[in-house]
Design a protein around this ligand. Structure first.
Ligand code: MN
Length: 733
């Protein structure tokens, strides 16, 4: 059994009885009746469906479980293999699986279902990103990945039954994601086979020519292998070393890789055969190497010592190439039986059936958590995992968006941190969160693998309490910024109102005083630069109205004098009524904005700030032109007379498109403008115009004028654009 290469070929006649026989061969205390129950459940669930091959569907889960048995995985993994498609394809609930077959089996199946929903990036984009997505699954239970590899293995094995297009897509995805993953986890038996299957579909011409070349001299080759094995045994026995020797044609993909790397063509392809020598201990490995190198001429530069320096996935072996019998170049790998176990099964070799407790401990290995709690002692069997973890650079937790995208967050992050990671506007309006479909409090601690859905409301705004909930510096900064702005806005409004009234009292206006530069003395003293700064400081009490008045040369007022302000301006009031009355007469149309509780007034939107439903707004009465609406933050408000302000609110019945400018800063990449445009259009949003500006540091900047129905649609569009890889920031301009 040791030293045999694992064969994963599709077994059309595999039955549950045969599977159980194989389990019992290496696992005497397996719960056979539970495994059988599991099979019967899966068979019943899939009974109405057939595979593309025409076979009953159950043959697929059976083969997946078969592969897991060959990898000698534990009982939970094998059961999960039998059930891996029932949640996705048959609407079975995870709770149901948990009840019947245990929590651990249910978790693996849920993990597999999640992975099948992940949108993997293509190979041009970062491989690390794909790994990270997989880590999300691994973080919960590494066995998820192994079951998924077994699943993919069988799908690749039976790929001939699907359309050509699907063949290409599946093969490419397998090569981009599953092969590196199998390699990373050290499961070389799976890796080698997947690679050859990928080659067969992606480069059939190469695959079939290699197959032809190898099979041309089939009987000759078999004789050659047999004789060489015998020769090696003899040489070893001369030095009283015993071991297993096996020979086989090399994997096609590894030949193909060599061909492309070295620019070699078919005729020049040499060492097609590989031999493997397995011995009892490391000393014997080096002894055998000496024997081989004295019996055959070594090819210079081909010796590699992976025993002294193991590969990152823990692979250990000696590699060499020699000129074998009849001048044929052959490759030889020398390792111990234990090293071979690891080489073939990788991380799967760490699941030891006999040690039940230990294996479940390994299964639950919370990679991420463990990494964070670094100081804890790690048992030797899981040290291998650490290598992988470090290599993948896992620094936090990984959660899913409802669409299956992955976000990385700090350990201990809450749904609010997630909301701010999506977009500031989403964060600012968060009212609640659903984790895996269930409502949770905002202070809930996210776990790797959680699917997070944020609920927002236009009416919601950040509060001070949120600062205690958030863990990420981004969220905390944004909340503080918001709170400061609110405070500032409030102070500005109060200050503006006070100063306006005071100026009127002395028969002048803020504008007139400013025109004569009579605020200069005060501005110099306090280092103010804008009128707004003055308003804010009056509002916050940092400067008193009396001090302001005393500093204006044309106003006769001493700081100690008493100032009385009239409360209402009756003149303005009458004017206002007049305007609203005539406006009401002239328009019968629906309006976006309700003035004074009425919705039939001529209202125009300020072109300077383009307010959209949901924005905080002010109305201003314009002589002869009805009412103009500006956002509360509009810069032009300073110029408009505060006294003409009128209360307005959005008309909730009104559905119409509003133009709004969106500024997008990106990494400068070719085609980025059309990519963003496409993204906006795909969201069903109309683009009125787009303007590109060049920026330093290889950044691109674009202004899009888009049409949205309301604020929440704008938010959605902003976060859609922000989700593009190249985008650095998206803001309303
Ligand atoms: Mn499947």
């Amino acid at each position: 059994m040791f030293g045999e290469r694992i064969d994963f070929s599709h077994e059309a006649n595999l039955t549950i009885d045969e599977l159980i026989k194989r389990i019992e061969a290496f696992q005497s205390d397996a719960d056979i009746s539970l495994i059988r129950k599991c099979y019967e459940f899966a068979e019943k669930m899939h009974s109405s469906v057939k595979r593309s091959s025409g076979e009953p569907y159950i043959i697929h889960p059976l083969n997946v479980a078969g592969t897991l048995v060959k990898l000698k995985m534990d009982q939970d993994s094998i059961m999960a293999g039998l059930l891996h498609d029932v949640v996705e394809d048959c609407d079975v609930s995870p709770e149901d699986i948990s009840k019947q077959f245990g929590q651990s089996v249910a978790q693996i199946v849920v993990g597999c279902t999640k992975i099948s929903k992940i949108k993997f990036k293509t190979k041009e984009e970062s491989q690390a990103e794909n790994f990270r997505k997989m880590v999300v699954a691994m973080a919960q239970d590494l066995r998820v990945i192994i079951v998924k590899l077994a699943d993919r293995m069988h799908n690749m094995r039976t790929l001939q039954y699907v359309s050509k297009e699907k063949q290409m897509n599946k093969a490419q995805e397998t090569l981009d994601i599953y092969v590196p993953l199998a390699s990373r986890l050290g499961i070389n038996s799976v890796k080698g086979e997947l690679e050859d299957l990928c080659l067969r579909y992606l480069h059939p011409e190469v695959y079939y020519r290699l197959a032809e070349k190898v099979s041309m001299k089939r009987s000759e080759r078999e004789t050659y292998i047999r004789e060489t094995i015998e020769l090696m045994h003899e040489k070893m026995l001369e030095y009283s070393v015993r071991g297993d020797v096996a020979g086989r044609p090399k994997h096609f993909y590894s030949i193909y890789k060599k061909m492309t790397q070295r620019g070699v063509d078919f005729e020049q392809v040499q060492d097609l055969l590989a031999f493997r020598i397995l011995v009892g201990n490391i000393t014997e490995c080096y002894k055998v190497l000496g024997i081989i190198h004295s019996a055959f001429i070594p090819v210079p530069g081909r010796f590699k010592d992976y025993i002294a320096i193991p590969k990152v996935n823990n692979y250990q072996s000696l590699h060499t190439s020699v000129i074998g019998p009849e001048g044929e170049r052959i490759e030889i790998q020398i390792r111990t039986f234990e090293m071979h176990e690891v080489a073939e099964r990788g991380v799967a070799a760490h699941w030891k059936y006999k040690e039940r407790d230990k294996s479940s401990e390994l299964g639950k290995l919370k990679w991420v958590e463990e990494l964070m709690e670094f100081n804890q002692n790690v048992s030797s069997s899981s040290e291998f995992m650490d290598v992988v973890k470090n290599d993948l650079d896992v620094g936090g937790i990984f959660v899913f968006t409802p669409k299956g995208d992955v976000r990385e967050l700090r350990y201990g992050a809450t749904p609010l941190d997630f909301a701010y990671a999506v977009h500031t506007e989403v964060g600012n309006h968060t009212v609640g969160a659903k984790i895996n479909g269930k409502m949770v409090p905002l202070k809930y601690r996210l776990k790797s693998g959680d699917t997070v859905e944020i609920l927002t409301s236009k009416a919601q705004t950040p509060s001070k309490d949120w600062l205690k909930i958030c863990k990420s510096s981004r969220a905390i900064t944004k909340i503080k910024q918001y709170l400061m702005k609110i405070e500032r806005d409030k102070n500005r409004d109060v200050g503006e109102n006070l100063l306006d009234k005071a100026m009127k009292e002395f028969g002048t206006t803020v504008k007139a005083v400013e025109k004569k530069h009579e605020f200069a003395k005060l501005f110099d003293k306090h280092h103010y630069k804008t009128l707004e700064e003055l308003y804010v400081n009056i509002g916050s009490g940092h400067v008193t109205i009396n001090e302001v008045l005393a500093s204006i040369p044309s106003i006769e007022f001493n700081e100690g004098d008493e100032l009385k302000l009239k409360d209402e301006n009756k003149e303005l009031d009458t004017y206002l009524k007049k305007v609203t009355k005539s406006a009401r007469k002239s328009s019968g149309n629906d309006n976006a904005v309700i003035v004074d509780g009425l919705d039939d007034i001529v209202v125009k939107m300020g072109r300077c700030c383009n307010p959209i439903p949901g924005d905080p707004i002010n109305g201003f009465i314009t002589r002869g032109r009805g009412i103009t609406v500006h956002t509360k933050g509009c810069k032009r408000i300073d110029e408009l007379e505060a006294g003409r302000r009128i209360a307005v609110e959005w008309n909730k019945e009104y559905r119409f498109n509003h133009p709004v400018n969106v500024k997008v800063v990106t990494h400068d990449k070719p085609g980025i403008l059309s990519k963003i445009s496409k993204c906006i259009n795909n969201a069903g949003i109309n683009i009125r115009s787009a303007l590109a500006r060049s920026m330093p540091d290889q950044k691109g900047s674009f202004i899009f004028e888009i049409e949205v129905k309301d604020y929440s649609e704008l938010l959605k569009t902003l976060s859609t654009i922000e989700s593009l890889e190249e985008v650095i920031s998206v803001t309303r301009a």
